[in-house]
Design a binder for this molecule. Structure first.
Ligand code: KG4
Ligand code: ZN
Length: 335
C-alpha cells in the first residue's frame, strides 16, 4: 500500500501544504505573505495571524490538486522548528487536530534538514555522502550529509546569514523585503565593479556582518559626493554585493570539499534560488569535477514538499511524533 503524507510548513512567513505519495510530490501549494513588505522584514505577530488565515485554504488546495481525499492519508507531517514560535504553533496545532480527527500518526520535521532533503523530491537524487551548502534567511551552513538522518555541520555563520546579507543590503538600497530576489534581478544588468572585501574567517565558518558595514560606509561616502549615487548605479551595486556574497559562499564550499574529500555538492535553502549562485556552483563543479545538485526553484524557498519528502523517510523507519509534541523554535540541525 502506498504512503500518503499531507505536509504543513509554517516556520516563517510562507504558509505551505503539500501531498507526497511514496516520496513523490503530488502537490505543493504556497501562500506567501505580502504584509511584511510594509515593515521591511518579517513581523512575527503578523506572520502567525496570516498563517491562521491561509492554512486551511492552502491545505484544501493541496488535497484538491493531488486529487486526494483526507481519509486516504497515512500521516500528517509538520515543521517543528527552527522558526518563529507563533508561526510554528499554527502549523503544529493544525497538524495535531487533523491527525486526531483522522486517527493517523504525526511526523515532526526539522526545517533545515528538510531544505537539504528537498533534493530527494526529484531525480537525479544525490548519493550519500554529499556536502550541502544550506543558505537561507536565517541560516548559512556547510553540512556533511551521510544519510537521511545523519548530518554534521562543519561550518556556519558566526553572525548574519547569507539571505540576511541580501535583505539588509536591500534595506540600505531602499528595496522591498525580501530583497534577495530583487538584487538577483537587478544584478543581471550590472557589473561587479565595486570591490567589497572578503572577510578573513578561519576554517569553514562564514561572516557577513562586516560586508554589511562596508556596504553602508561605501554608500555613505559615495552619496556625499553624488546624492543620487544609488539610483544611478543600482544594477552595478547589486552585482557587486551579489558577487561578493557568492564568492564567500563558493570559496568556503571549495575549502570544505578539499577538507572532507567529498566531491558531491548540493545547494539548499532560499538563497539557492539565486541565479548567480546556481551558475557559480555549476562553473566550479565543472572546473573541479564535482557532481553538483541544484534544487528546482519551487524547492529552494520555504515549501511543504520538502517537509513531506523528509517525513516519508521518517515514516519508513517508524519515527513518529508524540501527541504532546511542541514547536521548537531553536531546534538544532543535528536533532
Ligand atoms: O529558505 P527561505 O525561504 O526561508 C528561510 O528559511 O529563511 O529563505 C529566504 C531567504 C531570504 O533572505 C531571501 O531574500 C532569500 O532567501 N532569497 C534569495 C533569492 N530568493 C530568495 N536571495 C538571493 N537571490 C534570490 N534569487
Ligand atoms: Zn527555510
Amino acid at each position: 500500500m502506498s504512503v500518503l503524507i499531507l505536509a504543513i510548513e509554517s516556520s516563517c512567513d510562507d504558509t505551505s501544504a503539500a501531498v507526497v505519495r511514496d516520496g513523490v510530490v503530488l502537490s505543493n501549494c504556497v501562500a506567501s505573505q505580502e504584509a511584511h513588505r510594509l515593515y521591511g522584514g518579517v513581523v512575527p505577530e503578523v506572520a502567525s495571524r496570516a498563517h491562521q488565515v491561509h492554512l486551511i485554504p492552502v491545505v484544501d488546495q493541496a488535497l484538491k490538486e493531488a486529487v486526494i481525499e483526507k481519509t486516504a492519508l497515512s500521516a500528517i507531517a509538520f515543521t517543528r522548528g527552527p522558526g518563529l514560535m507563533g508561526s510554528l504553533m499554527v502549523g503544529v496545532s493544525f497538524a495535531k487536530a487533523m491527525g486526531l480527527a483522522l486517527h493517523i500518526p504525526l511526523i515532526d520535521v526539522n526545517h533545515m534538514r528538510a531544505h537539504i532533503l528537498a533534493h530527494f523530491a526529484e531525480d537525479p537524487k544525490p548519493e550519500f555522502p554529499f556536502l550541502s551548502l544550506t543558505v537561507s534567511g536565517g541560516h548559512t551552513q556547510l553540512v556533511v550529509v551521510r544519510d537521511f538522518f545523519e548530518m554534521t555541520i562543519i561550518g556556519q555563520t558566526i553572525d548574519d546569514a547569507a539571505g540576511e546579507a541580501f535583505d539588509k543590503t536591500g534595506k540600505l538600497l531602499g528595496l522591498d523585503y525580501p530583497a534577495g530576489p530583487l538584487i538577483d534581478q537587478l544584478a543581471q544588468n550590472g557589473q561587479p565593479k565595486f570591490p567589497f572585501p572578503e572577510p578573513k574567517i578561519e576554517g569553514l565558518d562564514f561572516s557577513f556582518s562586516g560586508l554589511k558595514t562596508s556596504i553602508l560606509y561605501f554608500l555613505r561616502k559615495q552619496i556625499k559626493a553624488q546624492p543620487d549615487f544609488i539610483q544611478e548605479n543600482l544594477a552595478d551595486i547589486c552585482a557587486s554585493v551579489q558577487h561578493r556574497i557568492i564568492t564567500i559562499l563558493l570559496n568556503k564550499l571549495e575549502q570544505a570539499v578539499a577538507q572532507t574529500g567529498i566531491k558531491r555538492v548540493a545547494l539548499a535553502g532560499g538563497v539557492s534560488a539565486n541565479s548567480a549562485l546556481r551558475d557559480g556552483l555549476k562553473e566550479r563543479a565543472l572546473a573541479n569535477q564535482w557532481e553538483a545538485f541544484v534544487p528546482k526553484f519551487a524547492y529552494c524557498t520555504d515549501n511543504a514538499a520538502m517537509v513531506g519528502v523528509t517525513a516519508y523517510y521518517k515514516y519508513l523507519i517508524g519515527q513518529f511524533a508524540a501527541q504532546d509534541v511542541a514547536p521548537s523554535p531553536r531546534l538544532s540541525m543535528t536533532l
